[in-house]
Write a protein that binds this ligand. Sequence first.
Ligand code: AMP
Length: 393
Amino acid sequence: MDSFKTLDDMDLAGKAVLTRIDINVPVEGQRVTDTTRIDKVAPTILKILEKGGKPVLLAHFGRPKGQPNPDMSLRVTVPAMEAALGKPVTFVERPDRGMIDAAPADAIILVENTRFTAMEEANDPQMAQFLASLGDVYCNDAFSAAHRAHASTEGVARLLPACAGLLMEAELKALNAALGAPQRPVMAVVGGAKVSSKIDLLKNLVSKVDALAIGGGMANTFLAARGYSVGKSLCEHDLTDTAREIERNAKAAGCDILLPMDVVVAKDFAANAPHRTCGLDEVADNEMILDAGQQTVAILAASMDTAKTLVWNGPLGAFEMEPFDKATVQAAQAAATRCAKGELIAVAGGGDTVAALNHAGVAEDFTHISTAGGAFLEWMEGKPLPGVEALKT
Ligand code: AMP
C-alpha cells in the first residue's frame, strides 16, 4: 500500500492540529438525530488531546453553495460533540491563529462550515493557505469527503505535515486488504437499482476480482442482455450492449460473473405483494423481478465459502420491502458467519449498503463497513481519491 503517516507518527505536543472531520449529521430543529458520525470521529479528537495537541476541527455541513447560511451552521452540532467527547467545544465563526494560540492547551476548537465560502469547493490556494495558517499539523479523518479536492481536504494537506486520523487509517487499511493487496480468491457482490450508476465500478471490478455476483435491479439488465425476458422489471434496455461488454471483459480477465439463477417475481412493487419464485425463462410480461431466489442464494453462499475476501455494494433485491429482502439478508448472513469465524475478510459500503446490512443484522460481523457513500464508490471504481492522494508520503 502507498504509505501515509498516522497520528502515531506525529509529534503533536503543543501543536495546533488542523483536523478535517465529517460531522455532516442529520438534524431536526436544533437536535442532531443520528450521532454516528460524531461518535466515530471522537476517538481521533481525544487521541490528539492525549498527545498534547490542540484540535482545530474543520468540517462541512449541508450544501450552502459557497454562502453563509445560518440553517447550515455547525453550531448545532456542539452539544452532540460535547456529549461524545465529554469535554467542552469552542465554536468559532471566524478563526484566526491568535485566538487559537490564546485558547487553553486542552481546548477543542470547532470552526464554522468550510463551505460557507465558494473558495472551499474551488480548492482555492488562498483558502488552503489561510487554513494552513491555523495549524502546525494537518490530520484528515474524513474519508467520506476524500473524493473531493477541496481546500480543507486536499489543498491544505499539501501545505502542512499531514497524517491520517484513526477513522481514515482504519478505512484505508480495510480497503487495501479488500482490493489493494487482497487474499485470494476475491469475490465482489454488486447490487442496487441501476447499471448506469455503476458502469465504472463493474468495469474496474472485473479486472480485480475472481468472482463478481450481480444482483438487484441491475442484474435484470444483464439477464435481458443474455436474452431473457424480464417482464416489467426495472431494466435499462439501452445498456444491454454495455452489459455484454462487461461480461466479455470479465471472461478475458478470468472473472466469473454470477447472475441470478432463479428470481422472486410479483405484479406490484409493494411490500408483501403476492409473489412466486421462478426460473429465468418463466417471468411473465406483467411480472417484475424483485429479489433473487433460494438457488441463487445457495450459489452465492458457496462462492463465499471458497472466497477469502469479499467486497460488497448494493442490495440483491428491493430489500426495503418484505419479503423481497430475503436474498440480501441471507447472503449477508452467510458472509457474516464466515467473517465471525475469521475465514473471510468482508468489506462493504456505499449508498444503501449500510442500511441493507444493518437490516440483515450483520453489521458487527463484517470486517469493515464504510459509512462513506461517494468516496467508497469512487474507490470501488478504481479512481484515485484526492484527499487520500494528498496524504501519501
Ligand atoms: P443503489 O442505490 O443503486 O445501491 O440501489 C438501491 C436500491 O435498489 C434499493 O432502494 C432497492 O430497493 C433497489 N432495488 C434492488 N433490487 C431491485 C429490483 N429488483 N427492482 C427494483 N428495485 C430494486
